[in-house]
Design a binder for this molecule. Structure first.
Ligand SMILES: [Fe+2]
Length: 598
């Protein structure tokens, strides 16, 4: 039984393949076509999934898409009557999905009738919830999806029991926590698609002194409900416009906040305008208001379902700061967030929704690691290194067995070098989790600025994250609930903040990845080696890229390594070192609190 899930014609296009109830592969199109947040039909991702499963398109039994143009049709029609542009947009979506079989056939250059798979339209939030619950380790759990907007709803919740999810409620357009966060992100001068996490980082620098106003912008309503102050927004009157040309362009979102918001909170920040304490306080208020609504929602959901386990998905599930507070503000004791909690994860969700909800098959899979993308053999890595024609007077290349490789890498990290770490399969989801990572010493406070200056070129207010040996979590953090996919931020123990200053944010928290021996054995061993070397089994872990999608192929890793001022590249068992890498480089003083120019 082969089920192919596709998130198509939408940002974060992706594909996933489920064979006999088990996930075999999943990848975002952006990793393969190198266009950040790529939308369109994920042809490369589909091909990769088929190849990994050893299947042809004609072998696929079911194709699932996480969109149902007929969901909430009455509500949509009522809205369309007062907004013709919305009606036109809905018509385009319907037409597009109606033609998906022909599009896929065209992309694979086969006759449409050769695709014998049955097509399924899975409602957006059902697919989000399925992407979390059906791959979670829980037999019973409360399930919550919250995002901007999908199939005319922004939130849905359910009780998951075995291979079924029973929907319990939903919030429909125009009330939306995702829209709220995105609109205020724009207001604070961050206009790029996917910039919300930057404002989450910014919030730690401020105090929530605008809460009175923000409680008018968004507020918990009756139990399991919330409302937006619609006068602060434009999406209910003008629609939420997301545009992209095709699969080769990053989506662009239109303005979502109204002039009334500026009237109440003051002028919007221009994109290049310096950040001030007022902006930090606005961001802090925005985050606090979201957390207030979510806390009420989680508590009511726990009460309604009588569950202590929670699965969350949708863009709001990426708010690791809020996620870290679930255990304090609700009765939930265990929480599962899958690594691609946002729209990329819909391909996994749609496929598992078909597997369980449509076909009624039993559950036999849980996602205990994030490594579902392409991987490359030692021979392919060797070929990439050979074809790169690396000058031997500039670089040292060695091939080492595993133990010496780990020990040498740990020594380099301890010595303050910046290490590109390329191993195994590409991570599923937006976080580098130890297979396509740039690693550095977390004990050096200056490392954040060094990384920014040499490689990442990103806003200096944004925190870097730590990976920690799972067994050491309690020693360094005030909470120990596993965070294998970097989806929770916890307080670093006060006495440890000076031990790992580089990934500790200004408010004393860190968005940690707990690494277990079973989820990533090699990375776990590296952390242990770093612990042996330094006494601190922690590394600073940032994604292996420089203003581009995370590297996928060895060639892209090599290119990023050579283009930036990274010191060491470890790919498989090969270790490549820039001669006189760090010694000759004089570091400038640590940068000030300003945005970078890129
Ligand atoms: Fe979504």
């Amino acid at each position: 039984m082969i089920i192919l899930g596709i998130n198509a014609y939408h940002a974060n296009a992706s594909a996933a393949i489920v064979v006999d109830g088990r996930l075999i592969a999943a990848v975002e199109e952006e990793r393969l076509n190198r266009v950040k947040y790529a939308a369109g039909l994920p042809t490369r991702a589909m091909q990769f999934c088929l190849d990994r499963a050893g299947a042809k398109l004609s072998d696929v039994d079911h194709i699932a898409v996480p969109r149902d143009p007929f969901a909430r049709l009455g509500t949509k029609l009522r809205f369309a009557m007062r907004m013709p542009r919305f009606a036109l947009d809905r018509f385009r979506v319907m037409k597009r999905f109606a033609g998906i079989q022909e599009d896929i056939a065209g992309a694979f250059q086969v006759a449409p009738e050769s695709i014998r798979a049955q097509f399924h339209r899975i409602e957006h939030h059902t697919a989000h919830m399925a992407s979390a619950y059906f791959v979670s380790p829980f037999d019973r759990a409360a399930v919550l999806s919250a995002d901007g907007l999908g199939d005319f709803a922004s939130s849905m919740w359910a009780l998951g029991e075995g291979p079924r999810m029973r929907p319990l409620g939903e919030i429909t357009f125009p009330h939306s926590l995702g829209m709220y966060y995105t609109a205020l992100t724009q207001y604070l001068g961050f206009w790029k698609f996917g910039d919300e996490y930057k404002v989450m980082g910014l919030a730690a620098y401020g105090q929530p002194e605008f809460m009175d106003e923000f409680r008018r912008i968004v507020r918990a309503d009756k139990p399991l409900s919330f409302k937006l102050g619609l006068e602060y927004f434009t999406h209910q009157s003008q629609g939420a416009e997301m545009t992209w040309r095709d699969a080769t362009s990053t989506p662009v979102l239109g303005r979502l906040f109204s002039p009334y918001l500026e009237k109440r909170l003051g002028p919007t920040r221009m994109a290049e305008e310096p950040l001030t304490q007022r902006h930090f306080n606005l961001a802090a208020s925005m985050q606090a208001a979201l957390e207030e609504v979510l806390a009420a929602h989680w508590s009511a959901l726990a009460k309604a379902t009588r569950q202590t386990a929670l699965c969350i998905a949708g863009g709001v599930a990426f708010n690791c700061v809020a996620n870290g507070k679930i255990f304090d503000t609700s009765p939930f004791e265990r929480v599962f967030v899958q690594p691609a909690a946002g729209d990329a994860g819909l391909s996994v969700g749609a496929a598992f929704a078909v597997n369980h909800q449509v076909l009624g098959r039993p559950r036999e899979f849980s996602m205990d690691h994030a490594y579902w993308g392409p991987e490359y053999s030692p021979a392919e890595i060797r070929t990439a290194l050979d074809s790169a024609e690396i000058p031997s007077d500039e670089f040292d290349l060695q091939e080492l067995a595993e133990d010496p490789l780990l020990q040498l890498t740990a020594r380099h990290i301890a010595a303050g070098k910046i290490v590109g770490w390329f191993q195994g399969a590409v991570e599923w989801g937006p976080r580098a989790l130890g297979n396509r990572s740039i690693l550095a010493d977390p004990r050096r406070a200056e490392m954040k600025d060094i990384l920014n200056r040499r490689i990442k070129h990103r806003e200096t207010f944004r925190p870097f994250a730590p990976s920690i040996l799972e067994e050491a979590t309690a020693e360094y953090f005030e909470k120990t609930h596993p965070s294998p996919f970097m989806t929770f931020a916890y307080s670093v123990r006060p006495e440890k903040r000076s031990v790992i200053p580089a990934p500790t944010h200004v408010d004393g928290t860190a968005r940690l990845q707990t690494v277990s021996r079973t989820s990533n054995p090699l990375y776990w061993k590296l952390l242990r080696a770093v612990g042996d070397e330094t006494g601190v089994p922690v590394v600073l872990n940032t994604s292996f890229n420089d203003n581009e999608p995370i590297v996928c192929r060895p060639e892209e890793a090599l290119d990023c390594f050579r283009r930036t001022q990274m010191d060491i590249l470890v790919m498989g068992n090969f270790i490549l070192e820039k001669k006189s890498a760090t010694a000759a480089r004089s570091e400038e003083p640590a940068g000030g609190f300003a945005q970078s120019t890129r």
